[in-house]
Design a protein around this ligand. Structure first.
Ligand code: MG
Length: 442
């Protein structure tokens, strides 16, 4: 099986140009020989894979529009504005530099999940080539970042932001955020200090996963220049984490909770998130009288649900937020701009006080496939017997009044993961112990 939760991902000797070409032919057939956009990030293998992808698409009769360098949210926004039939983004998001991937997005802006990817895999091998005289020339479109910036600006209160001249530190992590973030916030009249703001496929500044350990330079800079906040993106610019004015690191689920406050203040609607997300999202939504809809873990499932349920907002625990008024992609620039808009009213640490505090604990337990299945089955039976409130779309999440626990099988590794969250640390620890004991009996 080639498709994972986020497309086809691998090192260069796994996702080879030959495989990329074969995949692109199947994707072209999947998109019914329509117009397909192709974008890539700054990874060193990106150009080579791009040529293979374009060739594959053209060979089965697609029309290709080459966006060249573009962040993931920018490409997905272009998909909507150019009304294309599909999009392939060549990006491995936050993975190490030697990795790359093909992320496939349909015309609605929904990334293909593992399940939908299987359909493409079935179309692979022996594709019907287009007649030689009907192969279409590819077109270039390099204004996508500009269009995207313009639309994000139109969705925030520009005057209010401009009047405050907020000092921000932007850490683009040598990724695609460098194409959008500095220009966006300069246009909004902010005083910006940039870190790692050149696109570089070696990622010399920091690893592209925006963890607290990888963002020490950002934390230090925010404190030393006395900035209002620090903002960091992952490699393809769809996820955001923050540093508050005191240098405090703000994890992804809090970023999502802040966005929920910003959005639901104005527009009431459903909020979509995965079963692995902190209850603080549900709490914030219910304070506004809004419902939370849970999905399986993985961004494509969130997009699907946002689309189906016409939700106000979607998001995941690692700082990816979907703003349906812009696109069905996680958009790290819209997210950052909305948070900067909030900073015109209160400091970031002030806003954080609005978000209920939870403690969490997690462990992983080694288990092969058959044990994984037995464990999940047992936890399900245990929860049902006790008449607990459960969500069992992806592992088993058990919700209590002020806490919850999820027992879930990793899709890619031989582990069962247990994650618990509660209002106090001891309760979270006790939940982990209780469920660890249950899995130990198998
Ligand atoms: Mg990403």
């Amino acid at each position: 099986m080639l498709f994972g939760t986020n497309g086809i991902r691998g090192k260069f000797n796994e996702l080879t140009p030959n495989l990329a070409l074969e995949l692109a032919q199947a994707i072209g057939i999947f998109f019914k020989k329509g117009t397909v956009l192709v974008a890539r990030d700054g990874r060193l293998t990106g150009e080579c894979l791009k040529h293979a992808v374009i060739s594959g698409l053209q060979s089965v009769g697609c029309e290709v529009i080459d966006l060249n360098f573009a962040s993931a949210p920018t490409s997905e926004f272009a998909l909507k504005t150019l009304k294309a039939d599909g999009l392939i983004i060549i990006t491995a998001s936050h993975n190490p530099p030697e990795w790359n991937a093909l992320k496939v997005v349909d015309k609605h802006g929904i990334t293909l999940s593992k399940e939908r990817g299987e359909e493409i895999e079935r179309l692979m091998g022996n594709p019907k080539l287009e007649e030689w005289g009907r192969i279409k020339k590819s077109k270039k479109y390099e204004e996508a970042s500009y269009d995207h910036i313009k639309s994000v600006k139109n969705l925030v209160n520009q005057e209010k932001i401009r009047s405050k001249k907020l000092k921000l530190v932007l850490d683009c992590g040598n990724g695609m955020a460098a194409l959008v973030a500095p220009r966006l916030f300069r246009d909004l009249g902010c005083e910006i200090i940039t870190l790692n703001s050149n696109v570089d496929g070696h990622f010399p500044g920091r690893p592209s996963e925006p963890t607290e350990a990888n963002l020490q330079e950002l934390i230090k800079t925010v404190k030393s220049v006395k900035a209002y906040c620090g903002i960091a993106w992952d490699g393809d610019g769809d996820r955001v984490v923050l540093v508050d004015e005191n240098g405090g690191f703000i994890v992804g689920d809090k970023v999502y909770a802040l966005c929920a406050i910003s959005k639901l203040k104005g527009v009431k609607g459903k909020v979509v998130t995965t079963v692995a997300t902190s209850k603080c999202i549900e709490d914030v939504a219910s304070n506004f009288g809004c419902a939370t809809v849970y999905t399986k873990i993985g961004a494509p499932y969130i997009s699907e649900k946002v689309y189906e349920s016409k939700a106000a907002l979607g998001g995941e625990e690692v700082g990816g937020v979907i703003w349906p008024e812009l696109s069905l992609a996680k958009d790290g620039f819209m997210t950052a701009a909305k948070i900067v808009e909030m900073l015109t009213e209160r400091s970031l640490s002030g806003w954080l006080k609005e978000i209920p505090k939870y403690y969490n604990e997690k462990i992983k337990i080694e288990a092969d496939q058959s044990r994984k299945e037995k464990i999940i089955q047992k936890i399900k039976e245990y929860a049902k017997k006790n008449k607990f409130n459960i969500i069992d779309i992806d592992g088993v999440r058990i919700n209590f009044e002020d806490s919850w626990v999820i027992v879930r099988a990793s899709g890619t590794e031989p582990y069962i993961r247990i994650f618990a969250e509660a209002k106090d640390k001891k309760r979270a620890k006790d939940l982990i112990e209780e469920y660890k004991k249950l899995t130990g009996e198998i």
